[in-house]
Design a protein. Sequence first.
Length: 153
Amino acid sequence: MKVGAVILIAMSLTGTSVLANAQDQDRPDDKEAVRHIVQAYFEGHTKNDVQAENKAVHPQALWVFASKNNRLYISTQKQRTKTLKENARRVMRASDATLRIDSIDVTGGAACAKIEVESQLAVVTHYLLLLKDPGGEWKIVGGTVWPMQKEKK
């Protein structure tokens, strides 16, 4: 019985210290770092600048898209960079695109961001997933994008 109580207390203390460490990792500077990565992604995406986008996105990132017929497509970052210029030009122009960061949520070394990129032609919602590498640098590791074409006036 005493051994069980000692194990229970040890597990409780270990869980408390793990939880405290996780909370220590959720620092405001992490949220700001994620905000900078999101801004770099936006700049690269809207200016058709593959190098700028690749600074924000991990080379092995995965993107999930839904087609008009509700089929899901998974694309690698390498595939995405090949079509970046074509897609960005078709949906929006950099000169009129604006970024709105709706939310950033950080837990330890993982984060998610919801952003909207709006132009005269469309409002595109991006859900981005980010991880912090062992060196402390944040990278987008995946996400999904949903474009809503605006009605022509």
